[in-house]
Design a protein around this ligand. Structure first.
Ligand SMILES: [Zn+2]
Length: 253
């Protein structure tokens, strides 16, 4: 975990979130009450848990009750009062976006060099189109003579570099909007640090730190929780799960 991430604290309402409908849209809201301060990035695989959420209101509420809202709430009017509410469409958007990026990063890490969703209609244009349960994402890239130098270097019919470019573009967009440099206290001195503005910035920043690095993440075979492992044989997230699974194998539970 990098040092700047350690500064990220976030708040979760003790009574949790609920979903309301307003103007034809669904929103996550919380009632007035006590809030607890948490440090979401103490969970080193939070981005994986987020990216693996199904496109489902209950799953979003469950995640929010544990880690807080994303930090992209709008003010809506309920019973003539203005209240902060986070559209569930934003959850669909960010989970879908990260799902695609994590999937791409994992495949690059596994040595994949071909990406079927990248097409070259002609020598000067690339079209990326991904369709999944979260919707559709399209990106057109101009690689003609007028394009920036980096893009002109793409080799005709190669799909690897355009896929990486997609990963960079989509990740950067979220980082630009939700992570900012700040002066922070460090041992009595002020130093610049990158600090997430909200949970979505924190999650995408955590993800961005894994791009281009060897990191071993796996879902626990017993409880399904993601964990980072050192040795190639690790199958369980914790001793508890390992012991439980071995007892189960021996018919003790
Ligand atoms: Zn487990």
């Amino acid at each position: 975990m990098t040092e700047e991430l350690l500064f990220f604290a976030w708040q979760v309402p003790d009574d949790g979130y609920r979903v309301i409908r307003s103007g034809g849209r669904s929103y996550l809201v919380s009632d007035p009450g006590l809030w607890s301060t948490i440090r979401p990035l103490d969970n080193g695989v939070l981005f994986r848990e987020f990216a693996n959420l199904p496109n489902d209101a209950d799953a979003f509420v469950g995640f929010a009750n544990q880690w807080g809202h994303l930090g992209v709430a709008e003010n809506i009017t309920i019973k003539r009062k203005s209240v902060p509410a986070e559209p569930l469409s934003a959850w669909t958007y960010y989970v879908g976006c990260l799902r695609r990026l994590v999937d791409m990063r994992d495949r690059v890490e596994d040595g994949h060099r071909e990406f079927k969703f990248v097409r070259w209609p002609d020598k000067n244009h690339i079209v990326i189109r991904i369709e999944d349960e979260f919707g559709e994402d399209r990106l057109k890239i101009d690689v003609s003579e007028d394009a920036p130098a980096r893009l002109k270097q793409f080799t005709y019919s190669d799909t690897y570099e355009p896929a990486l470019y997609y990963l960079k573009l989509r990740t950067d967009k979220v980082l630009r909007e939700h992570v900012s440099p700040r002066l922070m206290w460090s041992k009595g001195q002020l130093e610049t640090r990158l600090v997430p503005d909200n949970l979505v910035g924190a999650i995408f920043y955590q993800f961005s730190r894994t791009v281009g690095r060897k990191m071993n993440h796996r879902a626990c075979e017993r409880c399904g929780k993601w964990f980072e492992y050192q040795r190639g044989t690790a199958r369980y997230c914790s001793n508890t799960c390992r012991v439980y699974a071995s007892q189960q194998r021996r018919g003790l539970t």
